[in-house]
Write a protein that binds this ligand. Structure first.
Ligand code: ADP
Ligand code: ZN
Ligand code: ZN
Length: 642
């Protein structure tokens, strides 16, 4: 008799990943099987051999004719151990639903537009960067290149090398808005071996893509969202995480994995090269590069020699500038008019997240901070209170500003629709398009894209999704409606995120021989994050941020665990959270923040509270998470603390 470890794909517990079963012949790692589990039969994955255990084992019921690549199995085990995800969560993410069923051909996904490939001669900087990567001193490289510096050209060269070695390539892109353009560029070079994945694929399409990857005889280039990491490709030679600093690489449901980190694990398992591409790398990634743990390649110039657009910061505290509109300052409006008259395009960026917001003084820019944590208090309209989401400090909103006595206190906010109607009023002749989470279907993104290319759109208004990647030849002006909205979110990464976003969105302006114009509106125009993004002098800002993190013990100098729970009443939720916090506070080597209400404390049926636990030792956090009572949501390396 042979004993093997099998991970049942329906097991929901987080403590065990695989259980011992027996079979009359040896089985390969990755073999899909059916096993009795509880009272049912479950699909299972063989994760390894086992010795005969003390207890009696159950037999494997049957074998399927699928053996997963061993690196996929190892990646599944790692997801469980590193993020404390249950086998069910892991396998539901890694394997298509109904993997055992034969399916008829699914409808292929939307067609993409075609572009021609123009062979370029690499600039000195690009060539040197490529040479560094090819030296293979490190398997992972941070490719730190300003927007438009030609990172994609390097991806193309590295992909060619992998394909020539019969190895597949995985290119992760953070938002669906970016995929079509990148796909078109790769398709122009590599043709049909380029396969695009979308996060909105149907189950059937997903299944088909999985089977195709599994059965592929020749190497492929996969371009897609974070789940593309889990395609069962035989050999992987290159993984690219484009815009690697993007927060959307963190999955917000179990398994709560970070795709760039997971790509690192996959590259280790497959010995594939890993490129983390970004114009504004996260502090964590920069820190790894500084310490020499990963390689570093810098592209500081654009190949066309154009300088990065310089940004103008508009001080919204100056009321005279808001005489024509509450949201659009006169300088921004004037520039919009000029751009329109010159038959060029503009982009208006609205930084919007969450529905609650901070209270800011429209006269002096002061934001109400928590006296304990020095983080912005969040306004909760339902309770008419300002609340700190780290320590639960509360107070009523004031009528006048503490610093200057002004009664002009405002709540930050204002969505895309509001700005759209404002622009319609101010510039009725302009042709507008709006792109945000509500409107962004893949078809609509394509349409907007086309509209921008053939210039049937003059002004594009949008959120985060328009900040990145779009290469728009006719775009001259970028306006940031309010740089403060994200700056004053109660999160330790708020300044970094603001810097990144403004940087990214300004990078859209001025390509192809025209220097663009960037206008940033802000109530706190002197804030280092805004100044750094506007002037492109980032080093001092990054150094200060890093020092702050070191002092306060935030990543990269510690690891974080977010534990959250939901109950039907506020007092019950609070009590439950306090009880767990009390237990954890007794553990040495960790710091507990909270409990406090979550950023969105109340949803339809429940109240949400959370605890943040910090430790320099990640294993400590895993232990704590393992011993958390049921009903708690475990999030290791949370993408945000909101
Ligand atoms: P990134 O990916 O860093 O944003 P891209 O690779 O998209 O930059 O390059 C921006 C633009 O510059 C593209 O239109 C690209 O074709 C062009 N480009 C990149 N490298 C070169 C080069 N060496 N010579 C000429 N044009 C280049
Ligand atoms: Zn004030
Ligand atoms: Zn606080």
């Amino acid at each position: 008799m042979h004993y093997v470890m099998v991970s049942p794909t329906e097991a929901g517990g987080t403590s065990e990943f695989a259980f011992t079963y027996h079979y009359h012949e040896p089985l390969a790692v990755g073999q899909l099987v059916e096993v009795p589990f509880g009272r049912r039969t479950s699909l299972g994955v063989v994760t390894g051999a086992s010795t005969k255990p003390e207890f009696t084992t159950k037999p494997i019921s049957s074998l399927l004719d699928i053996v997963l690549p061993t690196h996929i199995v190892a990646l599944g085990v790692w997801l469980h151990e590193y993020y404390l995800a249950s086998p069910a969560a892991v396998w539901q993410t890694m394997l298509p639903a109904g993997i055992t069923r034969k399916r008829r051909g699914a409808k292929p996904t939307a067609d993409t537009f075609a572009i021609e490939h123009h062979e370029v001669t690499l600039t000195k900087e690009q060539a040197a960067g490529l040479a560094t990567i090819r030296q293979n001193k490190h398997r992972t490289h941070l490719l730190h290149g300003v927007t438009g510096s030609g990172k994609t050209e390097l991806y193309l060269d590295l992909a060619r090398e992998a394909i020539e070695n019969s190895q597949s390539v995985i290119i992760l892109v953070p938002e669906i808005a970016l995929a079509p353009q990148l796909e078109a560029r790769f398709r122009a070079v590599f043709g049909d071996i380029v396969v695009a994945q979308h996060s909105r694929q149907t189950e059937a399409q997903r299944h088909q893509a999985w089977v195709k990857a599994f059965e592929a005889r020749e190497p492929r280039i996969i371009i897609g969202p974070r789940s593309s990491l889990f395609l069962p490709l035989a050999k992987v030679g290159l993984i690219v995480v484009d815009e690697a600093h993007e927060t959307s690489y963190k999955q917000e449901q179990a398994p709560r994995y970070q795709a760039a980190t997971t790509a690192g694990k996959l590259s280790q398992l497959t010995e594939a090269r890993l490129i983390l591409g970004s114009a504004t790398p996260s502090l964590e990634t920069r820190y790894l590069a500084t310490k020499g743990l990963i390689g570093y390649v810098r592209l500081a110039q654009r190949p066309d020699g154009l300088p990065m657009p310089k940004a103008r910061i508009i001080d919204l505290r100056d009321k005279d500038l808001l005489s024509q509109s509450r949201f659009i300052s006169t300088p921004l409006l004037d520039s919009l008019k000029v751009t329109l008259a010159e038959k060029r395009q503009s982009l208006l960026f609205i930084n919007r997240r969450g529905s609650a917001s901070s209270q800011i003084c429209a006269d002096c820019g002061t934001v109400n901070l928590c006296p304990n944590c020095e983080l912005p208090l969040t306004f909760h309209a339902d309770q008419m209170k300002l609340i700190c989401h780290y320590c639960n400090f509360q107070r009523s909103p004031q009528a006048t500003c503490e610093s200057c006595g002004s009664s002009g206190l405002r709540y930050l906010g204002g969505g895309t629709k509001r700005i759209e109607s404002e622009i319609t009023r101010l510039l009725p002749q302009a042709r507008l398009a709006r792109l945000d989470k509500d409107s962004a279907t893949p078809a609509y993104i394509q349409e907007v894209h086309k509209g921008l290319q053939d210039h049937s759109i003059d002004i594009l208004i949008g959120t985060q999704m328009i900040a990145k990647g779009l290469d728009l030849p006719n775009l001259d002006l970028v306006g940031v409606i309010s740089a403060d909205t994200m700056l004053h979110l109660p999160d330790y990464t708020a300044a970094e995120r603001t810097f990144q976003l403004i940087n990214q969105v300004s990078g859209r302006a001025g390509r192809r021989q025209r220097q663009g114009e960037v206008i940033i509106q802000s109530y706190t125009p002197e804030h280092p994050a805004i100044v750094a993004a506007a002037t492109h002098l980032e080093e001092p800002f990054i150094a200060t941020e890093l020092e702050t993190r070191r002092m306060l013990g935030y990543p990269p100098f510690s690891h974080l665990l977010k534990l959250s729970c939901s109950m039907s009443t506020q007092s019950k939720t609070h009590a439950k959270a306090e009880e767990l916090a009390e237990t954890i506070r007794k553990i040495t080597g960790v710091t507990v923040l909270g409990p406090a209400p979550s950023f969105l404390e109340q949803t339809e049926k429940a109240f949400h509270w959370q605890l943040i636990i910090k430790s320099p030792v990640r294993a400590r956090l895993i232990e704590i998470a393992r011993s958390a009572p049921s009903g708690w949501t475990i999030d290791l390396d949370p993408g945000n603390l909101l």
